[in-house]
Design a protein around this ligand. Structure first.
Ligand SMILES: C[S@@+](CC[C@H](N)C(=O)[O-])C[C@H]1O[C@@H](n2cnc3c(N)ncnc32)[C@H](O)[C@@H]1O
Length: 256
């Protein structure tokens, strides 16, 4: 048996993370580069070290997928969200339950809070932000970003909700306080329920078709009847009706 197969089994036993649900070629290449970069002989050797060394383990988790994010990523879609999607949701609901489901360093959930200030008072806004990687969410909680990551964010939000920190930008507590971070492994854990808006952007691309199938069903179940599922710009769902979803706009789906 290939030692990678054994490695996948060991990782699953250790942290319930099923590496087989990620596209194999890409994942194996990334992990192999970690093994060699850290000077381990093979997957066995690397796994033994992972078990003992928390820093190495965090590096491994960080490396599974790319963590890069930005505020208002693919800004046109945020415009559609504001002008075409949210007005109906806001009209029909006093408060919205919003879930950013692979939130990385926080740009997405914080963007959602800022956008929601156009519809609700700050104290009435809550965004649930989850990721498999707890370390990355610690960065999100600190909330310091470089100039590049805020380039698509409306200028009024930059002025109102950030403080300049040298060449960086620190997000203000009034926005941070509206986001609740917690760990959810999308492959294993229960999803949130009764959500009016769920984002799952730029993570599905890493998963196999089979894993995606299961997740689309679960995302559908996480929505309210009028709830909306917002996906990434390369992640349109090919046959949404298979998951009892229907498109309302490109990249936005609701229950069929
Ligand atoms: C490229 S980031 C996406 C950030 C943001 N949604 C965006 O579109 O800019 C991908 C994130 O998916 C997370 N991720 C990978 N596998 C996951 C899993 N099984 N469950 C939850 N999150 C996962 C990674 O930790 C990473 O933070």
């Amino acid at each position: 048996m290939d030692k990678y197969e054994e490695f996948k089994k060991n990782v699953y036993k250790l942290i319930k993370l099923d590496l087989s649900s990620y596209k194999e070629k890409q994942m194996k290449r990334r992990i192999t580069s970690l093994v060699t970069r850290n000077n381990y002989k093979d997957f066995d050797d690397y796994f033994l070290a992972l078990k003992k060394d928390e820093k190495l383990f965090n590096q491994f988790l960080n490396y599974l997928t790319i963590n890069v994010s930005e505020f208002y990523r693919n800004e046109n879609q945020w415009d559609i969200l504001e002008k075409n999607i949210l007005p109906d949701l806001v009209k029909n609901n006093k408060k919205l339950k919003i879930w950013s489901s692979a939130c990385s360093t926080g740009e997405e959930p914080y963007s959602l809070v800022m956008l929601m200030t156009r519809f609700y008072k700050l104290e009435d806004i809550t965004v649930y932000a989850t990721d498999i990687d707890v370390e990355i969410m610690e960065k999100a909680k600190i909330g310091i970003y470089n100039e590049k990551s805020i380039k698509s964010l409306p200028k009024e939000f930059v002025i109102k909700y950030f403080e300049k920190l040298g060449s960086n930008y620190k997000i203000k507590d009034e926005i941070k306080d509206r986001v609740k971070f917690s760990r959810i492994n999308l492959l294993e854990d229960k999803f949130l329920t009764n959500c009016h808006l769920v984002t799952c952007r730029n993570v599905m691309i890493y998963f196999t078709g089979q894993a995606k199938d299961i997740m689309y069903h679960k995302f559908r179940e996480s929505l309210t009847n009028d709830g909306v599922f917002f996906v990434g710009s390369t992640e349109q769902i090919i046959k949404p009706n298979e998951y009892k979803l229907k498109p309302i706009k490109t990249f936005f789906y609701t229950r069929a």
